[in-house]
Design a protein around this ligand. Sequence first.
Ligand SMILES: Nc1nc2c(c(=O)[nH]1)N[C@H]1C(S)=C(S)[C@@H](COP(=O)(O)OP(=O)(O)OC[C@H]3O[C@@H](n4cnc5c(=O)[nH]c(N)nc54)[C@H](O)[C@@H]3O)O[C@H]1N2
Ligand SMILES: Nc1nc2c(c(=O)[nH]1)N[C@H]1C(S)=C(S)[C@@H](COP(=O)(O)OP(=O)(O)OC[C@H]3O[C@@H](n4cnc5c(=O)[nH]c(N)nc54)[C@H](O)[C@@H]3O)O[C@H]1N2
Ligand code: SF4
Ligand SMILES: [Mo]
Length: 727
Amino acid sequence: MQDTYSRRNFLRLSAALLAGGAAVMTGAPGRALGMGTISGRGEPEDHGPISFVKGYCPFCQTRCTYQAQVRNGMVESLIGEKDNRWTGGSMCPKGLSMVELVNSPYRLTEPMLHQPDGSWKRISYEEALQITATKVRECLDKHGSKAGDRMAMTMPLWDCRESELAAVMTLHLAGCVHTMPPGETCTSTCANMLTAMTGTGNCTTTVNEVCNAQTLLLWGANINDLYPPYTRWLEKARAGGTKIIYIDPRKTRTSLWCTTQLQPLPGTDGALALGAIRYIFDHGAFDDAKARTLITDLDNLKEDAAPYTPEKVQEITGVPVNAILEVYAAIASSPRTILWLGGALARYTNGIPTVRALIFLQALTDNIFGSGRGILTMQSGKPGGEDEFVDALLGPLDKAKMNFRRLRMAMEKGNLDILFLQSSYRRYPDCENVRKAIEKVPFVVHRGCFMTEETEAADLFIPNVLSPETAGSGYGNEKQIVWREKIVDAPGSCVPDWQFYRDLGIALFGDKYPNFKDPADLYQKFVSIVPSWKGMTLDRLRKSPDGLVWPIYEENGEEHIGNVFSDGKLLTPEGTMTVQDRVFGRVKWTYPKGSPLGKDRDEKYPLVFTQGKVLWHWQQTMTNFSKELAQYSEGRFVSINPKTAAEYNLVQGEKVLLETFVGSLEAWVDISPEIIPGIIFTPSHCTASSPLEQNRSPHINTILPNYWDRISCQHNGVGCALRKINA
Ligand SMILES: Nc1nc2c(c(=O)[nH]1)N[C@H]1C(S)=C(S)[C@@H](COP(=O)(O)OP(=O)(O)OC[C@H]3O[C@@H](n4cnc5c(=O)[nH]c(N)nc54)[C@H](O)[C@@H]3O)O[C@H]1N2
Ligand SMILES: Nc1nc2c(c(=O)[nH]1)N[C@H]1C(S)=C(S)[C@@H](COP(=O)(O)OP(=O)(O)OC[C@H]3O[C@@H](n4cnc5c(=O)[nH]c(N)nc54)[C@H](O)[C@@H]3O)O[C@H]1N2
Ligand code: SF4
Ligand SMILES: [Mo]
């Protein structure tokens, strides 16, 4: 089946979804998008009053807002908020699948306790709460002031910011600061380098500014597939004459929107960026005095870039010199350039020098300050204020936070007693061994929505609500805060995280826990305490179709959009950036660890491994359970160039073993000229626990090594092989 389902046919998806959307919007009753039975709620009646409730999608940070059409207590459809200035009212298939997921027959709706024989015992929410409180209390009694280091939580709590706050407050009172953000497996190398070099870890401008740039550099950022509603910004920018340069070893839908694409070998972007820096120096295409006000040791930058002649860059990246020079000339002559850092850059062990080189390139060419200039990232936008709020209420906790690498070691050594598993563990590379580490933790609580590998790994499962089932605030890539009302009731005993962690906080600490009634109550407390939120009142938020851009210091104050450096100064303590960094040293590019292109080459694994997200999936969990999306899923495929196929004697649609030194899994071959030779691409989604065959495959992190740069740990670039099955 799968070979007829070519990747190139996926444009069908848009047409089919449009058709589906139309059916829903005309008010077709019941499961207009094709689900069979609906668990626990009975069939909706054909007629009944329709109401519309505001909400936002919990998945990616495009953070689309919508009006949910509700009838008889059920969500019938989500209609993108037409006045949303960022999305223009569009949404993508993942977001729309929430209608199906909320009503999914696969949902787990009751707490369950794992029994010694592996079976599950159904228990009540009150019992689940008591069991958790007892375990935390035992840990506190036994370990006193050290107890906080024997507990941890993997985040996020997708449903709303108030859930995250409620949980952080409970942990804080238990003396625990160990929360693992998803960022550690995401784009945090970009966020951290931006913080170190510019003083802000978020995008330094807003997406509308791409229309004011002469050049937009999409550096590994697959906007059209992964932020579909932002396609309109590329379209607008192009119509206004912005040149869009896309850097990706693979052609994607984003390629359709760019003016030029370079397809470098994976993990070689740092060399390409350093080559650009050298070119700018060689051609004097910069303002020396200005550059020196930004970069304290400009001569070090020149020195670090010196080895990267166009010929050297060709040798490393595989891109022909003339194509490289064309892009360098465009960068050198562009008066206004916006750089969009893709997540791929953070997914090689050389992510730090790569991202640093790119930020220095923007600084050298005077593209940090002003309109049409700046740096955008993926999954950014987290506003400040959380620590301020928690510290103000509970007093500061003077403790260093573990990262996941240290947490994994603590679990392996038996030094962790309680894990609140709020995410997938499959998100971490080498996830089989992560699972083994988790097995050593005596008490693991998982809050999820479906029967997944995490549920299986837990001692106690307490079901979560899905986003339409609770009110609360969220944030998006533009640092916009959005508000959702509660749209429908949750089924069974599902409770939102804010409720569970508040109840746990009160059970453990009584009056010490800053009680709140609901997310609106907590939001209002937050706004009244944190100065940068003062103008972001709930009232304003409720009235806005797309939220409010943080920060607003004054009541009724104006939003500031566009470049964040409004007075032309970096937000670092010194107002400058430095090449010779105290922690990261000079900008020294090397091949990523395990890459077959560099010194780690192993003849057994000669191909370069790359992966990425695909349009019809969200991360590890939810969308694996959507039948609507599964129709478009191509399952575990592996894209290769026709030359690679010929070399390994592989044909379209054939099953192969995709192998790294960690392990192997089956995949079907998709031969495509759109990917460069010598590399493979496979979707990062699909998992063993999916009830839908199209999505079922061991998770990709079962075959990826536990390699990290110093900041983020999601893996690309290692050597891999394709082996014929039964050969
Ligand atoms: N459909 C969908 N959309 C999503 C998500 C999702 O799960 N599903 N997740 C959201 C999240 S959490 C994130 S962090 C973002 C991620 O957004 P991106 O960072 O854009 O996503 P990826 O798919 O991880 O990687 C993007 C591209 O990098 C390319 N690539 C691989 N190696 C290299 C390389 O060495 N150099 C360069 N220049 N490019 C390379 C891949 O071919 C891929 O097309 O997407 C968000 N949007
Ligand atoms: N190999 C590989 N690994 C990757 C990636 C990759 O591309 N390749 N991507 C990485 C990236 S960029 C990221 S961001 C991480 C993400 O990885 P995770 O953070 O694990 O993301 P999710 O799969 O969304 O799981 C989050 C949890 O939230 C729960 N949940 C979902 N919706 C709701 C809700 O509305 N309310 C509540 N309360 N809970 C909810 C889900 O059931 C699940 O338990 O994975 C990383 N890992
Ligand atoms: S683009 Fe992102 S926020 Fe918008 S509907 Fe899709 S997943 Fe949700
Ligand atoms: Mo991410």
